[in-house]
Design a protein around this ligand. Sequence first.
Ligand SMILES: [Zn+2]
Length: 515
Amino acid sequence: MKKNFYLLFLLLFLVGTSAYTQTKDPVVESIVKEATENSQLEKLAHELLDKIGPRLVGSPKMQQANDWAVAKYTGWGIPARNEKWGEWRGWERGISHIDMVAPWVKSLEGTQLAWSPSTGGKTVTGDVIIVPDVADSVAFAAWLPNAKGKFVLISMNQPTGRPDYNWEEFGTKESFEKMKALRTVQTDAWTARIKKTGYTTRTLPVALEKAGAVGIVMSNWSRGFGVNKIFSAYTKKVPTVDVSLEDYGLLYRLTESGSGTKISVRADSKEKGVVPTYNTVAEIKGTNPNEYVMLSAHFDSWDGGTGATDNGTGTLVMMEAMRILKKVYPNPKRTILVGHWGSEEQGLNGSRAFVEDHPEIVANLQALFNQDNGTGRVVNISGQGYLHAYDFITRWLAAVPEDIKKGIETKFPGTPGGGGSDFASFVAVVAPGFSLSSLSWSYGNYTWHTNRDTYDKIVFDDVRNNAMLAAIMVYMACEDPQKTSREKSVLPATRTGEPGKWPEQRKATRKGGLD
Ligand SMILES: [Zn+2]
């Protein structure tokens, strides 16, 4: 009995130690400890998103963010630099005030689009009209003089301000179907209305301003409560403003019923000429300095909100991972680099430029991890079409504690991403770039490129999870005695039966926004 008890004890001890040695890598342990007990995420988020704000390419705030990141890395003992890769039209956002002044008074929720011309320090008041439904471009040309001195509404009036999920929850099946059918008919009619003018949504605002319109009013609803997507203006002299669905609907209905609708707009902004654009790059030198493991996230954003989840959260993940790695793994076997890219939003420009400018790094890249689809926990990793990605990614993921990786689905060999975010700039030259893809948290409707992409949408526990994951994957990729393989898998045939093609490298736009 006593002997059996001893044996049982010995067995338990052995089981315990083998489980211990499997999961407890001291560096992984330290990464988890530092990330959970000394997290800097909230502080970094506040400094970047609240104190600096949105990071539109060519804006002073983008430059401020680049300088802030260099200062942060320097403070952590990590050498960092801003690498110039191009030039952009410089523009600084000022105040936007949009008020309905007739038939009654109401301050409207809205903002000028990025790169919108200003009202020259004045408040401009004018009647509101709706772009007309004409027979053809000749009829539209004849109508155009009517735009003189007016604010022109150029978006469709949405039949509902309730998102579809709300209709699905509360509406009868019949009324939901009826609304959707009505919306389709209205949307098709609006598309036809714009087409009949002889212009596109891009050229119409310019035609209207040439005809003397004093401003363009639109509403790019993002199909959720309170959300609009805010992109760039096409006008060159008069402001283009985006107004919330609710206020746009009000203006539209009042204008349609001939109620004498007038608005006042003040849009301040400054043209800053042609300004340099940068990537911020930071580096922890490896004992084998000429092999690289990279972290990657674009740094720029649209400016309707503060770019909190696109891509503030990806930025925070990479900065926090770098900070932690420097503290707990200061002498990596390969060089760790982080790229905070400029102008992803206009076509992956910063990362494409880096790939063009640093062939020596790209050629010796062990792996790159990019994150850019919101605040959620990473739930998908694809092998991006590399035949042997399964081997090394699985090997590295094995070191990640279960808590952190339990939601992750992997796909091997996967298909090479042709765009969407900066990993694709690397995949295009057959370098091992991977995407740490997040759980949605209603990203597409509610935060991506919207006026509500702000600090409060960040789910810090998920971001913390991702910072640990990124740091552990980098650590494992640095330590791996094997170099990663770039052998491509045979891609599945296209729908038309042709052999699948690897995405092609596209050139960075080095001078933008100046047309
Ligand atoms: Zn993004």
